[in-house]
Design a protein around this ligand. Sequence first.
Ligand SMILES: *[C@@H]1O[C@H](CO)[C@@H](O)[C@H](O)[C@H]1NC(C)=O
Ligand SMILES: *[C@@H]1O[C@H](CO)[C@@H](O)[C@H](O)[C@H]1NC(C)=O
Ligand SMILES: *[C@@H]1O[C@H](CO)[C@@H](O)[C@H](O)[C@H]1NC(C)=O
Length: 313
Amino acid sequence: MKLVFALLLSSLASVRGATYSISDTVAGSTFFNFFDFEAIADPTHGRVNYVDQATAAAQNLTFAGSSNSIIRADFKTVLDPNGPGRNSVRVRSKKTYTTHVAVFNLNHMPEACSTWPAIWETEESIWPNGGEIDIVEGVNDQSPNAATVHTSPGCTMPSSRSQTGTSTQLDCNTQVNSNSGCGVKFPTANSYGPSFNSNGGGWYAIERTPTFIKVFFWPRNSGSVPSDVRNGGSTVDTDNWGTPTAFFPNTSCDLTQHFSAHNIIINLTFCGDFAGAVYSQDGCPGACVDFVNNNPSAFTNSYFDFTSIRVYQ
Ligand SMILES: *[C@@H]1O[C@H](CO)[C@@H](O)[C@H](O)[C@H]1NC(C)=O
Ligand SMILES: *[C@@H]1O[C@H](CO)[C@@H](O)[C@H](O)[C@H]1NC(C)=O
Ligand SMILES: *[C@@H]1O[C@H](CO)[C@@H](O)[C@H](O)[C@H]1NC(C)=O
């Protein structure tokens, strides 16, 4: 009996949360101080032109107000088919994190056929050896959201685990199925795209420890948003957050070996390896690159609107 109890306690210990203290409040007029701008060629071959910080500010692709901050794509320019792609923004946190919680209070995410927005974490210089955790990701306005982990070989997820989402693939190895990763589909449509936006957005959160990665989502009007998430507390206690939407335990994946310290990255690309590949299948008109080139006004709602990002350690 004692032994059973001890075993139960130790198995609980490996999935239980903890209390974390605020380390970074990313909000208001200083929102972009947290990030470096990455004016790089898109590694995923999108029809995009990532601009630097000065260009983003001059073209109002980034805007930090007192109560919210915007990251958007250009929605005014018809593109030369032989020139660069649509202007957009990719930002990466200056700091890196191992064990941490990050809460994203998001009011709106980019919409339109061809869009591929993401909020994610990785260490780009050693990818995929330091792992990748996608918190928000989707393409072509297709709900729901998916949270996905990508790793070097030797990391798989159990088929049965404590989460409200639905696993798609269990092997996280980037070499399997063209880097599909081990993904978890969220249970509700309002976790992504136009449905997320019309519902007023919501909160996404990640909790990463040496023994598990959890991703949570609460729609804006949910009755179960933890008070420390809703109020942006100076501490958060993830023990009170309930069952995560996606759960990636260390059962058959040594997280300490597969995951390095990560930057937080926010990017918005068009077409490319994911959105381009399923563009027609997702019911979008014509050819993806032509659509991006010729229809600037389609990108009027292609923006992230954050109230805040809070990181706890
Ligand atoms: C954007 O985010 C995804 C994560 O979902 C990443 O795999 C991809 O390389 C990024 N793409 C661009 C173009 O920055
Ligand atoms: C820049 O973008 C912000 C946020 O969308 C908007 O409120 C503001 O009016 C824009 N400024 C200009 C000059 O267009
Ligand atoms: C998972 O974490 C627990 C608790 O730290 C540890 O005892 C166990 O060895 C880890 N399992 C793997 C496969 O890394």
